[in-house]
Design a protein around this ligand. Structure first.
Ligand code: GLN
Length: 493
């Protein structure tokens, strides 16, 4: 049964449709793999009974010829998506045992199309982090280790559980969310594919909010085609989210494998970060070569405001977070700490319920929004955000997509970044936050291994609503890179 877990989503769905195996068998294989991989700490809640019930229902629909596009495929869900009757924590103590009475639109779309839920996946608390170390459930271990080393590495964050689970074959694909890179950076660190679609492509309804003008859902998958299949199901207009775009969902999988001949690919010079390892530059150069060979035209471009993206993001995101997280007051959800007065209850609940990084973001956010500092920080950041978006708009007048590295390094060790200096962690997001600020679709895919044998990713950024182009270009890169490496299995208990 072991091999069933190593199938791609596409192959699994085909195998189910042609009745080579049942969803029950496929789901059981994944349930067993998850139990044997508890040492990775990827799942914070396993829902095997629900999974097996959903699998049986899927088998019945396959038998009666009513199979949906994801019929019977077992998936993992980042624990930031509300799942009806199933504990949803955002990996924060403050939500306690919160069991939503509703289902997020994105996960509802997946179940509508026949997918099976295996459980809820670990993440940085409220999706704030780049290493999964801020989770109230403890960090996730990256299934990958450097050659000849037993050191545990981070899978990245915040969707660290999602990326690790996909890389370790614990699910056929997973949902993630990306506010500043939380799908793409973990994908790059684990040799998986992740796409953050255009802002508004996926409904935010029922996803625990971090920074509402930046948050987007998207898939983490084993291949470019799997990511396209998942994104197609996850997307779609939703009247329950006022920022959801009223546009049709293209047939994303049909873009994978399309010729990219004649496409113009921009290479932004500002994405050469100082101190970036030579290997990352070499991988980027390799990506350029592969696209040239596939018939693309390479165009050097400039995005002059790139250097302001990180400071802008770390003003806008905390500002919105401080507002969104005001609702956790000990009255409506989960945790309530005692106190002599109402104010004390609020204070004690929030002091005990929120971790250090979340408290830091709330403080920064409240500060940059305060009357005396609003103009100097928040308003200024909004103006710079516009400039960053304008840079992209200008570049997209001459190019169809941009190629950049996904991250400034490969996966680092858990505990490696100085927790006294959060900026060292924030620097990880240097290549990813720009797409969120501009609302653009962006994708990370594995392109090679570094000298330690760890995966490295490339990033593609596209025009608004042109995820299709990204899937075509990513398909060409995937073919050229022929990335087949898998982590050595050390985690089976
Ligand atoms: N690492 C970034 C942060 O900590 C991005 C997180 C995300 O995309 N959710 O804010």
């Amino acid at each position: 049964m072991g091999e069933l877990t190593s199938l791609t989503l596409k192959a699994a769905v085909e195998g189910l449709k042609s009745k080579r195996f049942s969803s029950l068998e496929l789901t059981q294989a994944h349930v067993q793999a998850i139990e044997a991989a508890r040492g990775l700490n990827a799942f914070v809640l396993e829902t095997p009974d629900k999974a097996l019930d959903m699998a049986k229902a899927a088998d019945a629909r396959i038998a009666s010829g009513e199979a949906g596009p994801l019929e019977g495929a077992p998936l993992g869900v980042k624990d930031l998506f509300c799942t009806e009757g199933v504990r949803t924590t955002a990996c924060s103590k403050i939500l306690g045992d919160f069991k939503p009475t509703y289902e997020s639109s994105v996960t509802a779309n997946l179940w509508r199309d026949g997918a099976v839920m295996l459980g809820k996946l670990n993440l940085d608390e409220f999706a704030m982090g780049s290493s999964n170390e801020t989770s109230a459930f403890g960090p996730v271990s990256n299934p990958w280790r450097a050659e000849g080393s037993n050191q545990t590495l981070t899978p990245g964050g915040s969707s660290g559980g999602s990326a690790a689970a996909v890389a370790a074959d614990l699910c056929l694909g997973a949902t993630g969310t990306d506010t500043g890179g939380s799908i793409r950076q973990p994908a790059a660190f684990t040799g998986t594919v992740g796409i953050k679609p255009t802002y508004g492509r996926c409904s935010r309804w029922g996803i625990v909010a971090f920074a509402s003008s930046l948050d987007q859902a998207g898939p983490i998958a084993k291949t470019v085609e799997d990511a396209a299949i998942l994104l197609k199901s996850m997307s779609g207009h939703d009247p329950k989210d006022s920022t959801s775009l009223p546009v049709d969902v293209p047939d994303f999988p049909s873009f994978v494998g399309m010729s990219v001949k004649g496409l113009r690919i921009g290479v932004p010079k500002e994405y050469s970060a100082p101190g970036m390892p030579a290997e990352i530059q070499a991988l980027w150069d390799q990506g350029v070569e592969w696209l040239k060979e596939a018939g693309c035209e390479i165009v050097p471009v400039s995005l002059p405001h790139t250097k302001y993206a990180l400071p802008t993001y770390y003003i806008v995101a905390p500002a919105e977070a401080s507002s969104n997280l005001a609702r956790y007051d000990g009255m409506r959800y989960g945790l309530r700490a005692e106190g002599k007065t109402l104010t004390e209850v609020y204070e004690n609940t929030r002091a005990q319920g929120f971790g250090e990084e979340v408290q830091r973001r709330i403080l920064i956010g409240a500060y940059v929004l305060s009357a005396g500092y609003y103009d100097a920080y928040y308003l200024k950041a909004q103006k710079v955000r516009r400039r960053i978006a304008d840079d992209f708009a200008q570049a997209f007048e001459t190019v169809d997509a941009l190629l950049t590295p996904a991250t400034p390094s490969s996966a680092f060790a858990l505990g490696a970044k100085d927790t006294m200096d959060p900026v060292t962690m924030y620097l990880n997001d240097v290549f990813t936050v720009t797409a969120n600020l501009a609302g653009l679709p962006a994708m990370a895919l594995p392109a090679g291994l570094d000298s330690q044998g760890l995966p490295l990713g490339l990033q593609l950024i596209g025009r608004p609503l042109e995820e299709g182009t990204l899937f075509s270009v990513a398909g060409a890169l995937e073919k050229a890179a022929d990335f087949k490496a898998k982590p050595r299995v050390w985690w089976r208990g």
